[in-house]
Design a binder for this molecule. Structure first.
Ligand code: DGP
Length: 114
């Protein structure tokens, strides 16, 4: 989508520190990490937020979650525990309007996003 930062990352117009990529999704390091491991999982297709997901996207969302779990294992944070969270809308704390799942771990998390 025009003007979307994460669509620009998908297209390679903005650089990112990629951790995983396939034809449907991209995983990269958050630019402002809130934990020792802080990755973002995004669909290549522009979906504004989890609230905009349709039945046609359910397989894609499942693939994102499944990949996030695999990334947590690969990052070595799965045994001690981690958080997988997506913010939706202004009061949900969503700043970038392209659906993304945060993978956070590597320290004790508490509170809201920890
Ligand atoms: P949220 O508040 O859930 O919309 O989180 C947006 C996250 O995106 C925030 O943790 C910072 C991250 N972010 C914003 N712009 C960029 C960028 O250009 N590159 C990377 N790697 N992360 C970004």
């Amino acid at each position: 989508m025009e003007g979307c930062i994460f669509c620009k990352i998908v297209k390679g117009e903005i650089p990112s520190d990629k951790v995983y990529e396939d034809d449907q999704i991209l995983v990269f390091r958050d630019i402002h990490p809130q934990a020792p491991v802080h990755y973002l999982v995004i669909p290549k297709k522009h979906i504004t937020s989890i609230s905009e997901v349709t039945d046609a996207d359910l397989e894609l969302v499942g693939h994102m979650i499944n990949t996030a779990v695999r990334m947590a294992v690969a990052a070595g944070i799965a045994d001690k525990g981690y958080r997988l969270v997506t913010n939706s809308g202004m009061e949900g704390g969503q700043v970038v309007d392209h659906m993304h799942w945060h993978i956070l771990g590597g320290r004790q998390l508490s509170g809201e996003l920890g």
